[in-house]
Design a protein around this ligand. Structure first.
Ligand code: NDP
Length: 249
């Protein structure tokens, strides 16, 4: 009798916030997880927290030329990839006319082009297994106008489109592709801005039917659902996890 291989996931941006919560949930469920990001110290701290099922590998997703080597390195060391969570993301708050071409390109590179490049390399491996699960972390900014985050909104809307296009092409080959659209989640990306601005914090809470912000663990739970067999007939969806933000207020 051969032992069943433990499932392996890559979580980009897994050293902090939402990515760390997703990695934590996966490890809790017995999944082996490779967390990737630029900040080695933060990755190492996350690895220490999550234990032996977690491996930390430095990777700047905007270095597109390095992505094939990163993915191959993961496969060589830990085996085929079953789950990819494209979570790494960047935002920039600026007035529309202040956004430079470089600003715009940088956000699109991190949030969209790198997601495509990482997915392509992992999908090559998943096609050999005729199985796999990809989860993109989108945002409610994909669907709803939020001022001063023009490139971010454009990148996340494109992620939703890419989710559906990937799903129709890859699902017949055994690879499910879904996205999660978080609402206001308490993480590094939001905490500093909100903690220093109680008025804005009250506005955010007021705009959310459930009257509060989400926690990274809420996204961890949703990612685990999408990655698990409970979602084996789910593909091509963008799942809002937003306390009701997307239904109005
Ligand atoms: P964080 O700032 O905590 O996390 C962002 C993560 O992305 C960090 O771990 C960072 O790691 C990683 N990252 C950024 N750039 C790169 C890069 N070039 N290469 C590799 N890793 C990178 O924020 P969140 O946890 O909130 O964000 C996670 C995702 O959730 C993002 O895609 C964001 O757009 C999305 N989201 C968040 C919402 C919220 O309210 N918080 C709402 C909607 C969506 P490092 O610095 O080490 O590279």
């Amino acid at each position: 009798m051969t032992a069943t291989k433990r499932k392996l996931a890559i979580v980009t941006g897994g050293g902090s916030g939402i990515g760390l919560a997703i990695a934590e949930k996966f490890v809790e469920q017995g999944i082996e997880v490779v967390i990737a990001g630029r900040n080695q110290e933060r990755l190492d701290a996350a690895q220490q927290k999550l234990g032996a099922l977690c491996h930390a590998i430095a990777c700047d997703v905007t270095d597109l030329a390095a992505i094939p080597g990163f993915v191959q390195g993961v496969i060589d060391r830990y085996g085929p990839v079953d789950i990819l969570v494209n979570n790494a993301g960047a935002n920039m708050k600026k007035d529309f006319t202040e956004v430079t071409d470089e600003d715009f390109q940088q956000i699109i590179l991190t949030n969209l082009t790198a997601v495509f490049a990482m997915s392509r390399e992992v999908v090559k491996n998943m096609l050999q297994q005729q199985a796999g699960c990809i989860i993109h972390i989108s945002s409610m900014a994909a669907q709803y106008g939020i001022p001063k985050v023009i490139a971010y909104s454009a990148s996340k809307s494109a992620i939703d489109g890419m989710t559906r296009a990937m799903a129709v092409e890859l699902s017949p080959k055994g690879i499910r592709v879904n996205a999660i659209a978080p609402g206001f989640i308490y993480s590094d990306m939001t905490a500093k801005a909100l903690d220093s601005d109680p008025e804005r914090k009250a506005k955010v809470f007021g705009r959310t039917p459930m009257g509060t912000m989400g926690q990274p663990a809420d996204i961890g739970e949703a990612a685990w659902f999408l990655a698990s067999d409970a979602a084996k007939f789910v593909t091509g969806v963008v799942l809002p996890v937003d306390g009701g933000n997307s239904i109005g207020f």
